[in-house]
Design a protein. Structure first.
Length: 368
């Protein structure tokens, strides 16, 4: 049975959209597969790892009959990638095998029954729905996601908190050493609700969303969230836990404020970072009148020192930070200047954007 006949790109693009979440090795072999489901001229592709499910669809023509099958996602993707751009591809289902035919190339892939493929059911009942542009949400993620923990035993830190309240959507991430907060206005007026997105969901959304004004529709349910944009629908379970009270982490009052060009600071930090200790990546920040000095040293007793002009008239400060934490924020906010606020060398510092209260980054100092 000829399942599909279409151009290679018509099949490869949606396959790449869904296959990012497919694990290479899984205890359930079928979870390494992608579900292909054809009805009329529409082909739907679905992948899941039980926690996240991504569905997308595309128009295909020139093949009769409907059908569904699951096949190895990575193998099919690699086959399609290896074919020339303009190739016409046919997928033919024969004796529980999927034949991929293109020109004189033939590939025979093992399949598993579509009926055995696990699907996440969308929670029915009370849901909240709102929408914003893909660009706005992607920027919200970009300003915060680098502060998520990676494999912390406090599992709720291995994700990103979204908080919707009134006409505002906030995103907060922390790994216990630093915290990033960003917010954006939305049109809907909603009661307060907090949810924690798993790390993998955040990374996948960042990969799939585009910087356009096209709408992203977000549906919140009790234990899952649904993102619909373009032809993609991503459903994710939520992390069940209590996220730290981020408002207590953000310093209420700070005495010393410095303004500096983001690009100049980032370049100086990149230079100093070359000679930091590989494990701790500590850099000393020495502040004086309109001057910021960065000093780094490593176990081989090599040293780096760099000085830049800044706008600062406060008390002298000599404080240590993990340079990686500072470069993360400088790489992910796109403003010409940043404001850096301190109390003293023993308390956390706040990095913000002048004239913008929708972004805050708190970072703890380190002993050097």
């Amino acid at each position: 049975m000829v399942l599909i006949k279409t151009h290679r790109d018509k099949l490869l693009a949606p396959l790449q959209s869904v296959s990012g979440i497919v694990e290479r090795r899984h205890t359930l072999p079928i979870l390494s597969n992608v579900l292909l489901e054809k009805q009329g001229d529409r082909l739907t592709l679905l992948a899941t790892d039980i926690e996240i499910q991504i569905t997308t669809s595309t128009e295909v023509t020139g093949a009769d009959g409907d059908g569904a099958v699951t096949v190895g996602a990575r193998k099919l993707q690699e086959i399609l990638r290896s074919l020339p751009d303009t190739t016409e591809v046919s997928l033919v289902l024969e004796d529980k095998r999927l034949q991929v035919r293109a020109g004189k190339s033939r590939f025979s892939l093992q399949t598993l029954p579509a009926d055995d493929f696990p699907r996440m059911t969308i929670t029915e009942g009370e849901t909240k729905e709102f929408q914003l542009s893909q660009k706005a949400f992607r920027q919200l993620l970009g300003k915060t996601q680098y502060s998520m923990a990676a494999q912390d035993v406090r599992y709720y830190l291995n994700g990103l908190m979204l908080l919707v309240e009134g006409k505002e959507l906030r995103a907060v991430a922390t790994d216990g050493h630093r915290l990033a907060y960003a917010s954006v206005e939305i049109e809907a007026d909603l009661p307060r609700q907090e949810l924690i997105l798993p790390r993998k969901t955040v990374l996948e959304l960042n990969r799939l969303l585009v910087d356009s004004e096209d709408l992203l529709k977000i549906t919140l349910a009790t234990n899952q969230v649904r993102f619909a944009f373009g032809s993609v629908v991503l459903v994710s379970k939520l992390i069940d836990g209590k996220f730290p009270d981020y408002e207590r982490v953000v310093p209420a009052s700070l005495r010393n404020h410095m303004t500096v060009g983001r690009q100049a600071l980032m370049q100086a930090m990149n230079r100093a970072a070359i000679l930091t200790n590989e494990k701790f990546r500590g850099v000393r920040v020495v502040l004086g009148d309109n001057s910021l000095k960065l000093i780094a040293a490593n176990a081989e007793q090599e040293e780096a020192s760099d000085e830049i002009e800044v706008n600062y008239q406060g008390e002298p400060i000599d404080v240590g930070f993990n340079v990686g934490y500072l470069l993360d924020v400088l790489n992910n906010v796109h403003a010409e200047e940043v404001q850096w606020s301190f109390n003293d060398a023993n308390s956390s510092a706040l990095i913000s954007l002048p004239g913008n209260d929708r972004f805050k980054y708190v970072v703890m100092p380190m002993r050097i």
